[in-house]
Design a protein around this ligand. Structure first.
Ligand code: ZN
Length: 244
């Protein structure tokens, strides 16, 4: 018998122990601060050089913090290394699952990644480090070196569509998995909320690990309210030991 495919859907709550606040969630920092929200809203970003200059300074500041993966990210990577097929679907843009040791091809980033920049015109991409080095050197809104277009981080801003290819893969994994663990997500915004429902509809064992109640707790086989940094490693250890 093959080991059960485990899908881990992670939200902001898995990275708070790494010092990264919840920006995007329903009660996240951006939603509470209209000025900050403009920095991550496509229309404002594209239309206002001053917004872009402020966004680059913020990226510089966030990048300098160099967050590290925490016990929860490490536990997911360890489960994968133990031979259990694991796929991560994440709402986070921090790259911490990969930094913890998850192979990049097994991590789907629904909202893109803050570790790369991309051109809004020709879609050229590169390491965020490179763009930030140019900001550091005095270009306060560095244009694309290929085409002169406006650069942004490779994250999905408000007003932008999610990548349909990534979404399609996330849906396929959700339908195929036997265990679906939603961790640190309020499951109140799409597509995360929808995925939890699809997992339950397709007969996966739904486990919710979140400090606050979610709309899917009723459909979950197990709900864990304990802190993610200790609860998730314990849960995954148990899963590893009982996997056939
Ligand atoms: Zn370009």
């Amino acid at each position: 018998m093959t080991k059960p495919l485990v899908a881990v859907l992670s939200g902001a709550g898995i990275s708070t122990d790494s010092g990264i606040p919840d920006y995007r969630g329903p009660n996240g920092l951006w939603r509470k601060d209209p000025e900050a929200e403009k920095l991550v809203t496509y229309e404002y970003y594209m239309g206002d050089p001053d917004i872009r200059r402020r966004a680059w300074q913020l990226r510089r500041k966030n990048h300098a913090l160099r967050p590290e993966p925490n016990a929860a990210h490490l536990a997911v990577a360890e489960l994968e290394r133990s031979g259990v097929p694991v796929r991560v679907i994440t709402q986070n843009v921090d790259g911490l699952h990969q930094l913890a040791g998850m192979p990049a091809r097994k991590v789907l980033e629904l909202h893109g990644t803050a570790l790369e920049f991309m051109c809004t015109k020709c879609h050229a991409r590169g390491p965020m480090e490179d763009a930030l080095a140019r900001v550091e050197a005095g270009e306060d809104d560095p244009p694309c070196l290929e085409c002169g277009g406006i650069l942004k981080s490779a994250t999905v801003m408000f007003g932008e569509r999610l990548d349909p290819v990534v979404l399609g893969e996330a849906a396929a994994i959700t339908k195929a998995c036997e265990v679906f663990i939603a961790v640190g997500s309020s499951l109140q915004v799409q597509p995360a909320a929808g995925l939890a429902g699809v997992a339950a509809d397709h007969g996966a064992r739904l486990v919710v690990v979140n400090a606050e109640p979610t709309p899917y707790d009723d459909r979950a086989a197990e709900v864990v309210r304990e802190p993610i940094g200790t609860a998730l490693p314990a849960l995954l250890r148990r899963l590893r030991e009982t996997a056939p």
